[in-house]
Design a protein around this ligand. Structure first.
Ligand SMILES: [Zn+2]
Length: 648
């Protein structure tokens, strides 16, 4: 079968009108002085005029281009069609740097863990082709995505968002009926595999839904073979053990931003620490190499990838903030935090919705009752903190909140006030109270599915650094909260029938804050017209169509905004300045577009159209330079970066 480009092409990636600006941006990102210090690679999807597409990643050390194809055995496969120099995505081992010792060794074993900076040469990029390609399936996807060096982003000692194994690895533990007990398994996992695995364990029926290629079972000529309306992931067969029974409910504990290597280190080297997590791990199955998150490896996209079994390029919350081209508007689900379920694509199904589809809507004491606690994946949950749907008596909730208030470590207030994180501990304490109330309150069934976010590990790792003692103290405090939940479920007689899942939404890497780095902003800072929502870059470009009359004596140019608007058409750009010059850069003609975006000019009788170049400039857009036959005058990235000729 042939190459399969973006699913819903609506401006994402670089089209032919963006060859010049796209190449210029990539060159700035890689060769400017900041770019050299900060940028690891830049990825894009190059879309040809006929809609065919090839994916690309560019780094100073080399580049790779690949195609996505439907695989004979199902799903996609990725075929490399070109490399120059070192393939920047060539190392994809998911097992790399899976322990704290390995991670610190990759950083050169600095005496100070706050300087555990790992450069690209020591990193791997698990599932790189799949994770980059999926992003460009969403109309909300950018033109370029910038992967900075793992230690070079922002002003906080801990960060994430990148494709690499440190920032993209989450711990993953299943504990309870239906899974192996006391086991460490070596299998590979992606965070999109969690939802199908839960669905299998809770005995959802297989349905005629869409797989990772976007086609339903029947469209693929298969019997119903997925558990969710869309299912990019697959069941993690290696964790299952039917001999241990079947769970009646699932409690997903999400320790936001918790480093896998830190968790593993504490479990293996500090006996008696984090006793409640330790208890669940000891009784369950842990994946030695963790599980690989969404790309970008950031909270809102990653939580929803876990909750839907779909990559962010399919559930459409592609980043904490992203640009809606048609609306010319940046939206920030992670910034507004509340009521973001509407941003999720209607084409995907959350686990909450699936539980209700299978077991019925909650109605009095009937149906499935589901809860999303402080959790960014909300759609379909009966109780959803971040949709302001709180089930239960408010006075009781306040009393429960106060009961555990003293468990908040006072150091957060003392040490983090200047970071604006005075709420640290408070939010998770409220979440704990909500969780307890949902199981104490017998006016509704006990929750059949809980997705519970613990924000404190993330906040502490950002503010202190992932290997700092402060981040460990945050995990200790989180473990105390988990202990409350385990004891309550025991006292309610629900513990033994509950499957617990422990994971995170992304990893966390130590940052060199002295760099004050923000690679994705480089094109804008270089004066390019772009919308930047790190790590995504959306270029603002002109669609230029040139028509030379048959006699070669006149030409007509139409200039449009390259992004369609709400009407689905590209609006004309008025007052664009056109300058026609010959190859000696002598001015031949100039004109400005009218309100229809149209301009015409005369070609002198002694000049051939193919020898003339046109520049087009308009306020708010990147300039275009073309030959009058329509050929883009773009920088040749292969020549500029590697001194090689364009491959054709
Ligand atoms: Zn997070």
């Amino acid at each position: 079968m042939g190459a399969t480009g973006p699913e819903r092409l609506a401006g994402q990636g670089l089209d032919p009108n963006q060859e010049e600006s796209g190449n210029r941006a990539i060159l700035e990102l890689l060769t400017g002085s900041d770019g050299q210090a900060w940028t690891d690679f830049v990825a894009t999807c190059r879309v040809a005029g006929d809609g065919s597409a090839v994916y690309e990643a560019w780094a100073r050390r080399g580049m790779v281009r690949w195609e996505r194809q439907v695989a004979a055995g199902g799903g996609y496969e990725y075929v490399v069609v070109e490399t120059i120099g070192e393939n920047p995505l060539g190392q994809q081992d998911h097992r790399a740097l899976a322990t704290l010792a390995q991670e610190l060794a990759a950083a050169g074993d600095p005496g100070d863990v706050q300087q555990a900076y790992v450069a690209h040469g020591r990193l791997t990029y698990p599932h790189a082709y799949e994770r980059i390609s999926q992003l460009f399936d969403s109309p909300n996807a950018p033109d370029l995505v910038v992967n900075s060096e793992s230690y070079a982003f922002g002003l906080q000692p801990g960060q994430h968002g990148n494709l690499d194994v440190i920032q993209s690895r989450s711990p993953l533990v299943f504990s309870g009926p239906g899974v192996k007990s006391g086991a460490m398994v070596e299998c590979e996992s992606r965070q999109i595999d969690i939802a199908p695995t839960i669905a299998r364990l809770i005995n959802f029926p297989l349905i005629d839904g869409r797989d990772s290629t976007g086609r339903t079972s029947s469209e693929r000529g298969a019997a119903p073979d997925v558990y969710l309306r869309r299912q990019d992931g697959a069941v993690l067969e290696d964790v299952l053990d039917a001999a241990t029974g079947a769970p009646e409910r699932v409690y997903l504990l999400l320790l936001d931003g918790q480093s896998h290597t830190e968790l593993l280190h504490r479990l293996e080297s500090e006996s008696g620490s984090i006793p409640n997590l330790r208890r669940l791990v000891a009784a369950g199955v842990m994946l030695r190499y963790g599980s690989i998150t969404n790309f970008p490896s950031i909270t809102w996209p990653s939580h929803n990838a876990i909750g839907t079994g779909c990559w962010s390029g399919h559930h459409d919350i592609v980043n904490p903030s992203y640009y809606l081209r048609e609306r010319r508007e940046v939206i920030s689900p992670q910034g507004r935090q509340f009521e973001t379920g509407v941003c999720l694509s209607p084409e995907v199904e959350t686990l909450f919705e699936a539980f209700h589809r299978v077991f019925g809507d909650w109605d009095g004491d009937k149906g499935a009752f589901t809860a999303s606690i402080i959790e960014p994946c909300t759609r379909g949950a009966d109780h959803a903190t971040l949709e302001r749907r709180l089930i239960g008596d408010r006075a009781q909730l306040i009393a429960l909140t106060q009961e555990t208030q003293e468990e908040i470590n006072p150091r957060w207030k003392d040490e983090l006030e200047e970071h604006g994180h005075r709420m640290m501990g408070e939010i998770d304490n409220r979440g704990l109270a909500q969780a307890r109330q949902l199981f104490i309150d017998h006016s509704h069934p006990a929750p059949m599915f809980v997705y519970h976010e613990f924000s404190q590990p993330d906040a502490a790792a950002h503010d202190y650094g992932p290997h700092h003692e402060g981040a460990r103290a945050a995990l200790d405090e989180t473990d105390v909260r988990i202990g409350h939940i385990l004891r309550l479920l025991e006292s309610e007689g629900l513990f033994a029938s509950t499957l617990f899942v422990i994971t995170t939404d992304h990893g966390m890497a130590t940052q060199d804050v002295s760099l004050k780095a923000n690679a994705a902003r480089i094109p804008e800072r270089a004066g390019m017209a772009a919308v930047t929502t790190e790590p995504l870059v959306y270029l603002r470009d002109l669609d230029v169509a040139i028509e030379v009359a048959h006699d070669g004596r006149t030409a007509n140019v139409v200039v449009l905004d390259n992004d369609v608007d709400m009407t689905g058409t590209k609006p004309p750009v008025a007052r664009a300045a056109l300058l026609v010059s010959d190859h000696r850069d002598g001015r031949v003609a100039s004109a400005a577009t009218d309100t229809q975006g149209i301009a015409g000019f005369v070609i002198p009788a002694d000049l051939r159209a193919s020898e003339l170049r046109l520049s087009v400039r308009a306020e708010g857009f990147n300039p275009r330079h073309l030959l009058l036959d329509g050929t883009n005058l773009a920088v040749d990235l292969r020549a500029a970066l590697y001194g090689t000729a364009e491959a054709r």
